[in-house]
Design a protein around this ligand. Sequence first.
Ligand code: ZN
Length: 188
Amino acid sequence: MFLKTDSCGKHAWLAHAAAHEAGHATAALVLGFEFIEVKIPREHIARAKLADAGIVVAGGVQMHGLPDTWVPGREEDALAYFAAGSRSESMLLGDNLASGLKGDLDQWLFGIGRPSGIPEDESEPIQKRAFEHVEALLVEHRPALKRIARGLYAPLLPGAKDSVLGPDEPLVLSHDELRRMFEGVSPR
Ligand SMILES: [Zn+2]
């Protein structure tokens, strides 16, 4: 997710980043969108970049190509996937960072080949269906969604076994690790 604001003032930076990316990852696994990994930069690095550039990639699902290679033909599922990040934040935390949703919808517009936007009367019914779809999807898979969100920041929890993470290293989970978390298989 791209961020232009650093926080909602109520929740930790990482809580939003993890809830957001967990939403995308869960939607991608359910909808069958292939991806490589999910990566979340460490807070101090992301904050420095935000202060410097006014915008930062606060986390992301690394797909196998840009949206214009995998969105065509699956426009509505892709919109549900893109909306899943902010919807997941709202579901798990009670609010979402507005600039995160805007950035995701821009990615979808790029994916459908209309980066400058589409008229509201055209987009409204599509968005309505996609948002209902993602709502149902995340409610159905809520336990997995929560496992994945927690799994994303598990290395930073006090007493985490996985203390090999360097202070500047991003949080990364591969597609296979996330798939196992989704399925509720306990890690080795
Ligand atoms: Zn919040």
